[in-house]
Ligand binder design. Structure first.
Ligand code: UDX
Ligand code: UDX
Length: 465
């Protein structure tokens, strides 16, 4: 089997960027070129100032600094990189379709198809094509068909190698992966391709953690892993609502059930609702596939995970409105955090967007502070929902850089993201700044109830009455 020395990755996003940086870092004998059609993105990856990388991940800038322009390259010359590579990762985005058949559920595969056609057109020798993007089951087959029918007679092997990294801990997840999954054909060439990719990972991942399966199992496992994780969050969030009615404490319930080794303690943190680019999209995908095979009970079952998540976001917003005497019109509400979780600047599907939208609908005046998310991103997220004239969003919602100043004469503060710095804030000062009664809504269960009540806050914590 030929050892891989040249890798190309199409798509320099949250998945492609960190994954390739780690491969380059762990495999000094492999040249890795990450390409993207977005010039600005590539320029940012090449910025001399490592604080300006397009993606923030703890540990990422150090690795990029170490390997960039040695065996890690960022470029917009897509064809050149494809031509040179023996192995090509496809890591372009697969948003939920916003039009036509499958609208709002199915993944839009147009970028994947473009990418496959591009590879077929350029490739002059045999290539291993690796699906890194999360895709509906059986997409590999479509990719293979495009490659074989439009290629120039060279041999393509298509593998599925789903990504399990979580944002905010991407580098650590990549370096210390629980497992690496490689799906491919069980033919001799398919097996050789799986082994070739396995060898890349064996540079730092113990061999017993590298699982080889058929393509469909690999594609489906990725969706199922995310669906199970999201289901845990929705399950505990459903219980949080019950806790608020019954004087039970969701933290105590999580702990009590998590001690059961069959259940385990992780992913039982009640919150204002899960966000991120994957959970909702992957479940919608699963639902769509199940439905398209006529499995409506299966589809309904998984769809409920999303329905529960929407309920949790709505419930949080409605609680703010009811608590503030049933009107938030003209009231200043400070939102701490906009990212979908801490330690990332990613805001895709963040609960904060939907809570803000619901409050804006009631004409609240919102002030947002997030340590990593830009003002433009926040406005873009709201505009994407299309609920109202973008100018109204800009009038009613302001983005600030000082979390304390933000609370001057505020009616309420809502914690949306569990940034560590919110724990260490001068909460006495916040209280002093605010109008009384000072309402504090903790959507992340970040603060200590007793301490906040002692300061004087009317403190509401998800999952406690
Ligand atoms: C994406 C998908 O959203 C996810 O489903 C999958 O698991 C991995 O890829 P992410 O890396 O977070 O995740 O997406 P994003 O940050 O949007 O990056 C994709 C990049 O691909 C963008 O920079 C985009 O410019 C680039 N792209 C897209 C291309 O280079 N060519 C295209 O034809 C389309
Ligand atoms: C997820 C998967 O974890 C990862 O394996 C996959 O490759 C991509 O999707 P990510 O979306 O980056 O990763 O973050 P994750 O840590 O899973 O959190 C997702 C959302 O669930 C966040 O909004 C988070 O705040 C929320 N969450 C998570 C909870 O509300 N409670 C929990 O107990 C855990």
């Amino acid at each position: 089997m030929k050892k891989i020395t040249e890798i190309c990755c199409v798509g320099a996003g949250y998945v492609g960027g960190p994954t390739m940086a780690v491969i380059a870092n762990q495999c000094p004998e492999i040249n890795v070129t990450v390409v993207d059609i977005n010039q600005k993105r590539i320029d940012d990856w090449n910025d001399e100032n490592l604080d300006k990388l397009p993606i923030y991940e703890p540990g990422l800038k150090e690795i990029v600094g170490e390997n960039r322009n040695k065996n890690l390259f960022f470029s917009t010359e897509v064809d050149k990189a494809i031509d040179k590579a023996q192995m090509i990762f496809i890591s372009v985005n697969t948003p939920t379709k916003t039009y036509g058949k499958g609208k709002g559920q199915a993944a839009d595969l147009k970028f994947i198809e473009l990418c496959a056609r591009n590879i077929a057109e350029v490739a002059k020798d045999d290539k291993i094509v690796v699906e890194k993007s999360t895709l509906p089951v059986r997409t590999a087959q479509a990719i293979k068909s495009i490659l074989d029918n439009t290629g120039k007679g060279v041999h393509f092997e298509v593998l599925s190698n789903p990504e399990f990294l979580a944002e905010g801990t991407a580098i650590d997840d990549l370096l210390h992966a629980d497992r690496v999954l490689i799906g491919g054909d069980d033919t001799p060439t398919g097996k050789a391709a799986k082994d070739a990719l396995s060898l890349v990972y064996e540079n730092w991942i113990p061999k017993e953690k590298i699982l080889q399966t058929n393509v469909w199992s690999s594609e489906l496992s990725k969706l199922v892993a995310n669906a199970f994780l999201a289901q845990r969050v929705s399950s505990i969030n459903s219980i949080s609502a019950l806790c608020e009615m019954t004087d039970a404490n969701v933290q105590e319930v999580s702990k009590a059930i998590g001690f059961d080794s069959r259940i385990g303690p992780k992913f039982l943190q009640a919150s204002v609702g899960f966000g991120g680019s994957c959970f909702q999209k992957d479940i919608l995908n699963l639902v769509y596939i199940a439905r398209s095979y006529g499995l409506s009970e299966v589809a309904d079952y998984w769809e409920q995970v999303i329905i529960m998540n929407d309920y949790q976001k709505r419930r949080f917003a409605e609680n703010i409105i009811t608590t503030l005497y049933n009107t938030v019109s003209g009231k200043k509400i400070v939102m701490y955090g906009w990212a979908f979780k801490k330690d990332t600047n990613d805001t895709r599907e963040s609960a904060a967007i939907y809570v803000a939208d619901a409050l804006l609908e009631e004409k609240a005046e919102i002030v947002v502070y997030d340590p990593k998310v830009s003002e433009e991103r926040i406005y873009a997220d709201l505009e994407y929902l299309g609920s109202r004239d973008p100018n109204v969003n800009r009038e009613l919602l302001k983005v600030v850089n000082d979390p304390i100043e933000a609370t001057e004469k505020a009616h309420a503060v809502a914690i949306m993201t569990e940034w560590d710095e919110f724990k260490a804030l001068d909460w006495e000062k916040v209280f002093e700044n605010m109008l009384k009664p000072a309402f504090l809504f903790d959507g992340r269960r970040l603060l200590e109830t007793q301490k906040m009540e002692d300061i004087g806050f009317k403190y509401y914590k998800i999952g406690e009455s």
